[in-house]
Design a protein around this ligand. Structure first.
Ligand SMILES: [Fe+2]
Ligand SMILES: [Fe+2]
Length: 208
């Protein structure tokens, strides 16, 4: 059951995600990777792509927090918590890289946070099988999306590429974890709708 404590913690988490700098429990994957000089156009492209990935991680925070609030199964909750901690690392990695590239994070973050939180909570209410299925599909789509960024990021931007590669490995594992805890395959129309939603997110935050 939801109670006031839960709601206060949700509010607290959302403010922290949106306003406070995230801290990574693990070393950033680009530590030790040479910071190569980038041309102006390349730098702007990298900053925009890493801004998109940062918003993706804001969405991941919201999704996991929404799901954790409503997931019933104890094991599922524990698995979600562990993956959510790694998503916090991703948030810290992308935020730092956006800053290093002289970019800024998206002004649309609060909007996407709210939308993702609602989606996560709804998935949680649908029961663990669908909750975990939704999570697995999200992680798969994020992994594929990140692979496209490896094609688009400038070849010289080794630091951004190292971060994206590190995230991809985690997202693949998160999908696997969700499936192994009983996540169901989502119906095709829902998968398509999720793709459309993430396209709206990626195309808008690439600009603002
Ligand atoms: Fe992530
Ligand atoms: Fe993930």
């Amino acid at each position: 059951m939801l109670n006031l404590d839960h709601l206060i913690s949700v509010f607290d988490n959302s403010l922290r995600t949106l306003l406070a700098p995230a801290r990574s429990a693990r070393p950033h994957p680009d530590t030790g990777v040479a910071d190569t000089e980038l041309g102006e156009a390349e730098r702007a492209l990298s900053a925009a792509l890493m801004r998109v990935n940062h918003t993706g991680e804001i969405c991941a925070q919201a999704l996991y927090q929404g799901q954790a609030l409503t997931a019933r199964n104890i094991n599922a909750r524990a698995a979600l918590k562990c993956a959510a901690a790694e998503e916090t690392d991703h948030l810290a990695w992308t935020a730092q890289r956006v800053e290093e590239l002289g970019g800024r994070v998206s002004v649309l973050n609060p909007l996407f946070y709210a939308g993702s939180f609602a989606l996560g909570a709804m998935a949680g209410f649908a029961g663990d099988k669908w909750n975990l299925g939704f999570l697995a599909e999200t992680e798969r789509q994020v992994e594929r999306h990140l692979a496209t960024h490896l094609d688009r990021l400038p070849a010289q931007d080794g630091k951004s590429r190292a971060i994206v590669t590190g995230m991809m490995a985690d997202e693949a594992r998160h999908a696997q974890t969700a499936i192994s805890h009983g996540g169901a395959e989502l119906p095709r129309p829902l998968r398509q709708a999720m793709k459309l939603g993430s396209r709206i997110m990626t195309e808008s935050t690439f600009r603002v």
